[in-house]
Write a protein that binds this ligand. Structure first.
Ligand SMILES: [Zn+2]
Length: 180
């Protein structure tokens, strides 16, 4: 089963998202929808810090929190702020393929050596740092993670619409993630 829904037309957007800030995000980024003028943010976007990704969206359209793996578990106060003070009612959670937070454990030596060589850390601190934090930031699989993280956010913020999306680095397009 293909877990990604390509958005190649307005009609491909799920009805629940069409004509919402989530649907507008998909239209702006994938379909070159003409930019509207906004005076306040319409949604919160959670996406990975990865440098390969750039969104095509109008000014003022969105709050954006960038964190490894699109993992918002450690950004909760900022999510709450965007909702409570910023007034957004939607969250687009954008995972991406080839994410560095997948199988983080395999990069343990590179991480430790990099901190020692590039940042001037003591090797023991670097090892402790990795051991302490890698389990918090590791994600198993991009698609499974974005689905579980969307589910967690829905339970945490029950009146907020949360959409799990995926950014493919090969074509720079957004896809809806199919939910069972
Ligand atoms: Zn990533």
């Amino acid at each position: 089963m293909n877990r990604l829904i390509p958005i190649t037309s307005r009609e491909a957007i799920s009805l629940e998202y069409r004509d919402t800030p989530i649907g507008n995000l998909l239209e702006y980024h994938n379909l070159n929808r003409e930019y509207e003028t906004y005076t306040q943010a319409q949604l919160l976007i959670g996406m990975c810090m990865d440098n390969r990704k750039h969104l095509h969206i109008p000014d003022n359209f969105a709050f954006i929190i960038r964190a490894g793996g699109a993992n918002l578990r450690y950004s909760e106060f900022k999510v709450s702020y965007a909702i409570a003070v910023g007034g957004v009612r939607s969250i687009a959670l954008i995972g991406h393929n080839q994410c560095g937070m997948v199988n983080l454990m395999a990069r343990k030596d590179i991480f430790i050596n990099g901190l020692v060589d590039n940042a001037g850390w003591d090797r023991e601190w670097a090892e402790q740092h990795f051991t302490q934090f890698a389990p918090m930031f590791e994600i198993g699989n991009e698609i499974d993670f974005v689905l579980s993280e969307a589910q967690r956010l829905r339970l945490r913020y029950p009146k907020i619409q949360v959409a799990p999306l995926l950014y493919k680095v090969e074509d720079n397009l957004l896809y809806q993630v199919r939910e069972s």
